[in-house]
Design a protein around this ligand. Structure first.
Ligand code: NDP
Length: 337
């Protein structure tokens, strides 16, 4: 039985990767920061109806060398999913950048030293779409976020620098037996939560349906269901044509207003109907850490088509509009908010 290490096994995406790998017949070793959360991960598998017999959990922190060689030992593949993903803006950008970059160095170096066949890294569209130049609306896997701009948010820098470090480490390998790398760059991820932690990206749905959002900023981003993000990881892991490639993973782009409208039509009446002018979003961003993250993207469309994943990974995602409503329903039905 082949074994896969999944870093960040407690997380929103990490849990779905663990679940799909177990269902596909792999043995899975997951990393957690503390084994005190082991039961949470096992309960999530039970909730999904998946046996946890072939699951083991080990401790490893992105900010410490301890445990990484032991975590990768005997693994055929690594999915490096863990990275800090918080709401709002950190006090200092290094709070995000250091764990992202150093954690990638630790996970990738351990994998390379142990002779792991392939690493699948969870990067982000955040490593693709942020740039100072105005006017660009359509992005592909050839694009990179500009980390030199002081307008690029810390999270975007953390994902870009971490992914760039992963490519450097893989390309620096000598010898015939090289660890391969595939990178998954998801857009905004929504969909079912396997634990009671609703995660950072589903939190905006909670805010919209609770009526905490005064209006719709003119934001236009890609979205994708978490189950389709996990299946893209598995496809990239097993397909040889995915090696050395990065893949945008997005089902479709939606304006914030379109999301709010479809939630209102699904019965969530507090979802805002009015559009906030971009000048107001930028003004309010001076006082709001959450708005500061998105203010730079307000007022323009951003397209991140996943044509490459559809073709090379034979990736066929579900309609994410259904996932948005499903997520709202789960938040209410399971009293997660
Ligand atoms: P979560 O916050 O749910 O998961 C993040 C995971 O990383 C958790 O398991 C967390 O562990 C772990 N982690 C964070 N810091 C450390 C650390 N110092 N040491 C060890 N583990 C750590 O986020 P998501 O599941 O949404 O995100 C997973 C990945 O996907 C991230 O790399 C994120 O950047 C990327 N991504 C997410 C998108 C989204 O919309 N959700 C979009 C694009 C990319 P713990 O539970 O202990 O905090």
């Amino acid at each position: 039985m082949e074994k896969v290490l999944v870093t960040g096994a407690t997380g929103f995406i990490g849990l779905h990767c663990v679940q799909q790998l177990l269902e596909a017949g792999y043995a899975v070793r997951g990393t957690v920061r503390s084994l005190s959360r082991e039961q949470e991960v096992r309960d999530a598998m039970t909730k999904a109806g998946t046996s946890d017999e072939n699951l083991e959990l080990v401790e490893a922190d992105l900010m410490s060398d301890a445990g990484w060689p032991e975590a990768v030992a005997g693994c055929d593949y690594v999915m490096h999913v863990a990275s800090p993903f918080i709401k709002g803006v950190p006090k200092h950008e290094d709070e995000l950048i250091q764990p992202a970059v150093q954690g990638t160095e630790r996970a990738l170096s351990a994998a390379i030293n142990a002779g792991v066949k392939k690493v699948v890294l969870t990067s982000s569209c955040a490593a693709i779409v942020a740039r100072d130049g105005k006017g660009k609306t359509h992005f592909t896997e050839d694009d990179w976020t500009d980390t030199s701009s002081n307008r690029t948010p810390a999270y975007y820098k953390s994902k870009t620098l971490a992914e760039q470090r992963a490519w450097e480490l893989v390309e620096a390998q000598a010898g015939d037996q090289k660890t391969e790398l595939s990178v998954i760059n998801p857009a905004g991820v929504v969909g079912p939560m396997l634990s009671r932690d609703i995660g950072t990206s589903n939190a905006f749905i909670a805010e919209v349906i609770k009526g905490e959002v005064p209006g719709c900023p003119k934001l236009h981003l890609g979205f994708v269901d978490v189950r389709d993000v996990a299946s893209a990881h598995l496809a990239a892991m097993t397909r040889s044509e995915a090696s050395g490639e990065r893949f945008i993973i997005s089902e479709r782009e939606l304006w914030f207003k379109e999301i709010s409208d479809l939630l209102r039509e699904a019965g969530y009446e507090k979802s805002p109907a009015r559009v906030l002018p971009t000048w107001l979003v930028k003004l309010l961003a001076i006082f709001s850490a959450d708005l500061k993250q998105i203010a730079g993207m307000a007022g323009r469309a951003t397209y991140t088509p996943a044509d490459k994943a559809r073709k090379l990974l034979d990736w066929q995602p579900r309609n994410v509009e259904g996932s948005l409503v499903e997520t709202a329903n789960q938040l209410i039905d399971e009293q997660l908010i």
